[in-house]
Design a protein around this ligand. Structure first.
Ligand code: NAG
Ligand code: NAG
Length: 669
């Protein structure tokens, strides 16, 4: 792709069939056009016409790119999936490799995050347009993941779930033993989301028992992990900073809500999901900065602005058209997500040489975050596609709701596109509504066009493109790059995925806590899929209920709160007389979480399901990093666990259901 530097020369290259040279032309036009802006102030009709004309040229170019790139992206994406993908020779069945690149960089692994995001896109496409080939790919993925869940690795094993947080594996489904940023807690919820989508397709088409017997056991482990570990720190999706990641927290929330809903559909339950989800949503709100953007990583100690495509990816991967522009769940058209989008995009305007001269309000090359230094810190294709996708999602909802609301928070985003706009609600049919749709469509297309203009030969998409030259950089044929193009192209065409029951999970509880529920993990049997499970639209009227109570009334959720000042490296655990509490064996004691710990309030806490009708004795221990155990002083503590005597905590109130819960507030002695 030498020659892309012509982008900022001031001659007008002719449009070719693929439209790849369009940004060059547009940016030239814009340099000229910026002088004209003064003249059109106060004449919105002229400005609107200009936007329309530019938009039409851009639209034809992007139409053309999307049309030529779609089959290429599909074919190259499927090449990266074992066992028969043309670039994945040696990968086990169902394994999605990150990229065929085996050196500089070596991406010849399968990352749970990347694979799950890619598979969610495949399931969405499959649900939209049945294909037996894709169905086999999805089934192979489920089989491979059932096996991977049981592979012990440097993050741990399946017995307490810790091994599920391992970020990547070898392509033959064995562990990767090298040093790495681990754990990464977005893998389990993202995999649950991918599998839940296939399970829902099965239910909708009359194959509920396959969903329940074959897929649910795999989903259940990932949901259990999510409910237990969502609040703990881990490495972010870029594998660089340990802390709490907005993307991970939001993915956790979605998985828990969607998991609770699927469980109800299958006639089972995920009580840990409904218990924790509202509190995950609470915590998700804390990433907001009053400067009008998301701080993507908290508790990192890293000095970054926090403006990161992490937040844009969050918005598109938790998109649910049924909840409109809800800001609590950070929907793509919410004022928070639009304000954040502008703040994020603006950080790249002065960062990359290839963006120089492009005025505000016009699409630019965007990357992960402006302080990035990986491979010299370049724009990423998937970042450009994510920005476009968020905007296409927004357009979809605005059209569906026949209304656009501009708030004081989103005003800055809109003003950059339409300088004369004011806050207010604009109904479909008004000229302002149409101006916004036109301007946002053109802006979104611009982000596709920038990525398109830097695509490799034959439409190939690497991980990055160079910040100075625009040439493809880092790993070639990144699977996630193709998936992100395909989902953006679908949204552009108005094809959106089914929702995730967000309407049942968008309300914040009256009081928030950091509830984490310890659960049990079971190796899923090797999935066996019955043949010929083809679409059966007659069955597709299944309602999607949300649980309103607990099926297992004999199970009481007991929250153990223990105030105990600890030294760095020490963990507080609870051990006691019942199996749930490790039967007085310290090796099986249940660790409490320190996510709410402060020096002023040294709280350790965990919620644990315990069978009702027992009186249990227990104690807390402090376990050092070296395994040393310090016991609380006598006597043993005692608790009567009884569904009838359950004290009300906020644990299950969100659903209005009667779930027995108890809580003890203890202090180290
Ligand atoms: C559905 O997929 C087939 C290939 O499996 C393709 O030929 C067809 O165009 C697709 N239809 C739609 C509506 O996307
Ligand atoms: C606490 O319980 C353990 C296990 O049953 C028992 O061995 C120990 O004597 C008890 N401690 C006291 C002070 O009762």
């Amino acid at each position: 792709m030498a020659g892309l530097v012509v982008q900022f020369q001031d001659h007008l290259p002719s449009l070719n069939a693929s439209g790849l040279t369009l940004p060059a032309m547009l940016s030239s036009l814009l340099v000229l056009g910026s002088c004209a802006v003064q003249a059109v102030v106060g004449r919105p009709d002229t400005a609107a016409l200009r936007v329309k004309r530019e938009g039409a040229i851009l639209k034809r170019s992007v139409d053309s790119f999307v049309q030529s790139e779609t089959p290429i992206a599909w074919s190259k994406l499927l090449c990266n999936i074992g066992p028969s993908g043309c670039a994945a020779s040696g990968a086990a069945a169902g394994v999605v490799i990150a990229s065929p690149s085996k050196s500089s960089p070596d991406y010849w692994y399968t990352w749970t995050r990347d694979a799950s995001l890619v598979m969610t896109g495949i399931v969405d496409a499959f649900a939209h347009n049945y294909s037996s080939t894709l169905q086999t790919t999805i089934q192979n993925f489920v089989i491979s993941q059932a096996k991977l869940q049981g592979v012990s690795n440097p993050s741990g094993g399946l017995s307490n779930g810790a091994g599920l947080g391992e970020p990547k594996f070898m392509v033959d489904l064995t562990k990767f033993s090298g040093e790495w940023g681990r754990p990464q807690r977005d893998g389990p919820p993202l995999r649950a989301i991918a599998l839940i989508r296939y399970a829902r397709w099965l239910v909708d088409n009359g194959y509920k028992s396959t969903a329940k017997d074959v897929v649910w056991p795999v989903i259940k482990n990932d949901l259990t992990y999510t409910a237990q570990y969502w609040g703990e720190t881990g490495f972010d999706l870029w594998e660089e900073v340990p802390g709490n990641s907005f993307f991970t927290v939001a993915a956790s929330h979605r998985a828990l809500v969607e998991g609770a809903s699927l469980a109800a559909q299958l006639g089972t339950e995920c009580r840990a999901c409904i218990t924790t989800a509202p509190h995950v949503l609470c915590y998700q709100q804390t990433f907001w900065n009053n400067g009008g953007y998301i701080v993507s990583n908290l508790n990192t100690g890293a000095s970054r602005s926090g403006k990161d495509v992490n937040s844009v990816l969050t918005s598109i991967h938790t998109f649910d058209p049924a909840v409109g522009c809800d800001a609590t769940t950070f929907q793509p058209c919410s004022d928070k997500a639009l304000s954040n989008l502008k703040a994020y995009v603006d950080t790249f305007r002065s960062t990359y040489a290839i963006n120089s001269g492009i005025p505000a309000g016009k699409a630019v090359a965007v990357g992960r975050y402006s302080e990035d230094i990986y491979y010299n810190g370049n724009p990423w294709y998937l970042a450009n596609f994510a920005v476009a996708e968020q905007l296409y999602d927004a357009i979809y909802v605005w059209k569906k709701e026949a209304s656009i609301t501009v708030t004081s928070l989103s005003l800055g985003f809109f003003k950059e596109l339409i300088p004369s706009i004011a806050t207010g609600t604009y109904a479909s049919g008004s000229s302002t509504f149409q101006s916004i749709i036109d301007a946002v469509s053109a802006y979104a297309d611009g982000f596709i066009d920038v990525a398109a203009s830097h695509a490799g030969s034959g439409g190939s998409l690497a991980e990055q493109y160079d910040r100075n030259t625009g040439n493809p950089a880092s790993a070639a044929d990144l699977t996630w790059s193709y998936a992100s193009f395909l989902s953006a192209a679908d949204r552009r065409a108005g094809i959106v995925p089914a929702g995730w029951s967000a309407e049942n999970g968008k309300t914040l509880p009256s009081t928030c806590n950091r509830a984490q529920v310890a659960g049990t993990y079971t190796q899923a049997p090797t999935p066996v899929f019955p043949a010929n499970q083809t679409p059966n639209p007659a069955a597709s009227t299944a309602p999607k209920p949300f649980p309103t109570g607990c099926l297992n009334a004999a199970e009481v959720y007991v929250t153990f709160n223990e105030k105990a000042t600890t030294a760095w490296g020490q963990t507080v655990k609870v051990v006691g007389s019942t199996a749930e509490l490790g039967s007085w064996n310290v090796a099986n004691a249940v660790p409490l979480s320190a996510v709410a710990y402060t020096s002023g309030n040294p709280l350790w806490s965990i919620t644990l399901p315990i069978k009702a009708g027992q009186t249990v004795s227990y104690k807390y221990v402090k376990v050092g990093a070296d395994g040393s155990v310090q016991w609380e002083s006598d006597p043993n503590r005692s608790l009567t666990v009884s569904a009838a005597a359950a004290t009300t905590t906020d644990v299950c109130n969100q659903t209005g259901g009667a779930c027995a819960a108890q809580k003890v507030d203890d202090t180290w002695r």
